[in-house]
Design a protein. Structure first.
Length: 74
């Protein structure tokens, strides 16, 4: 699954500027940007953002199919 995520992100990066495959780079970001807490003595920030693209969805599905077909004994 991790290989599907990385390969999908790479494909989205390559397809970003091309007009005929730019739809593969389309995606949405969800999460919490930055929350800052200042307690006078200590200050810290917390944030988490996840971005999913169309190409990542396709490559994750392909990775899961390949895994289920090749690793039946696991």
């Amino acid at each position: 699954m991790l290989s599907g995520i990385i390969l999908g992100a790479f494909i989205a990066y390559i397809c970003e500027g091309k007009s005929y495959v730019s739809w593969l780079a389309w995606g949405k970001s969800i999460g919490i940007e930055n929350i800052s807490v200042d307690l006078y003595v200590i200050k810290f920030s917390i944030g988490l953002m996840v971005r999913a693209t169309i190409s990542q969805i396709f490559t994750i599905a392909a990775a899961l199919i390949v895994f289920s077909k090749t690793c039946k004994s696991l």
